[in-house]
Design a protein around this ligand. Sequence first.
Ligand code: SAM
Length: 182
Amino acid sequence: MGSIIFIILFGSIVVILLCLTSVFWFGGLLLPIFFKGGPFVPSSNKRMQTMIRLANIKPSDNVVDLGSGEGRFLIGAIKAGANFAEGYEIHPGLVVYSRLRAKLNKMQNKIKIHRQSFWKADVSNATIVFLYQLPDYMQKLQDKLQKELPIGARIISNTFEFPTWPISKQEEKIYVYEKTGQ
Ligand SMILES: C[S@@+](CC[C@H](N)C(=O)[O-])C[C@H]1O[C@@H](n2cnc3c(N)ncnc32)[C@H](O)[C@@H]1O
């Protein structure tokens, strides 16, 4: 009798924990609707490698990923030799996961992940920005980045273009932009 009660109690706790984890994870996936950004659809490995190559990362570069997901671009940028990498992400599960990945890669001193909307991101020190967001937000992102990035900064956008910013390089559906003095 005692062991049956134990099994029922243990089973109930496991089910409750699974439900809470699902609410936490799947609820987080809805957050972009409220924070105005793209859903969690990670860039493919091939796309990521092309984007990092097109970024032409140098040891002086500070990299920002607006909507950093699992933190793959941040880790990739540090591996490619960047000085520092910052991510902005609103999904709390992805923030925890990407911080853990940075730690496991012993990059916690080189990577910072903000649990914050990228609309509030400070990009004034960024020299490279990675983007994979939705077309609906590209005009507003263009306005923010043209206003706030330092001259010479490059933006590498997966799949979606800025409406009026001239493209400086393109490979398949990856677009590179440069902030100039004009
Ligand atoms: C298409 S995924 C890109 C993930 C990663 N950068 C990549 O390319 O693999 C977009 C990410 O942006 C995040 N996101 C959406 N709106 C956001 C916002 N306003 N602020 C911060 N992150 C946001 C989503 O949670 C998601 O992880």
